[in-house]
Design a protein around this ligand. Structure first.
Ligand code: ADP
Ligand code: MN
Length: 174
């Protein structure tokens, strides 16, 4: 059953770090009243990881612990999940999967000003060039719920938020 019996839909916003997931989700949350879950923050706050990756300077996420933590909330609906990965969440959780995409040179500048350098910077730029998150989303969810949105400018963000707000408000359970 579409929507899995939820009264409100769940949205996954994914994409390479720096493509604007958190900015987009905060605005979408303001516009719709849905609950924004930043998975990176959740992992840090609740310790849902298996230590620290020295090379990429990030926590090694424990995917099972994250899914267990979120399961009940996702059943209720009205959740926006914000994460730079998407293949380990249950397919049934989401009614829409948004993949944000950014021009390589713009993304390079954003990540540099965030302090990314060396392998972490290169890895993320390559991730965007090879459309890793779009491919991952298409491989993990029905193709008709996956949507790629460009996120180069602030105008792009406004347009994306407007579009997703309309989608959210028009969504009906089957
Ligand atoms: P993510 O959560 O995907 O890592 P953020 O939302 O934290 O990305 O954005 C990273 C930085 O890039 C922030 O400083 C944000 O203001 C900026 N940014 C993100 N998307 C855009 C955009 N479409 N236009 C202009 N600046 C953006
Ligand atoms: Mn973020």
């Amino acid at each position: 059953m579409a929507g899995g019996g939820r009264a409100r839909p769940n949205i996954l916003v994914t994409g390479t770090p720096g493509t604007g997931k958190t900015t987009t989700c905060s605005l979408l949350s303001d516009a719709t009243g849905v609950c924004h879950i930043n998975v990176g923050d959740l992992v840090r706050e609740k310790g849902l990881h298996d230590g620290w990756d020295e090379e990429f300077e990030c926590h090694i996420i424990n995917e099972d612990l994250v899914c267990d933590e979120l399961e009940d909330k996702m059943e209720d609906g009205g959740i926006i999940v914000d994460y730079h990965g998407c293949d380990f969440f249950p397919e049934r959780w989401f009614d829409c999967v948004v993949v944000l995409q950014t021009d390589n040179s713009i993304l390079h500048d954003r990540l540099s000003s965030r302090g990314y350098m060396g392998p972490k910077l290169i890895n993320n730029i390559e991730c965007e060039i090879f459309q890793v998150l779009l491919e991952e989303a298409k491989a993990s969810y029905p193709e008709d719920i996956v949507i790629a949105l460009q996120s180069d400018t602030v105008e792009d963000i406004s347009r994306n938020v407007t579009k997703l707000t309309e989608w959210f408000n028009n969504w009906r359970p089957l």
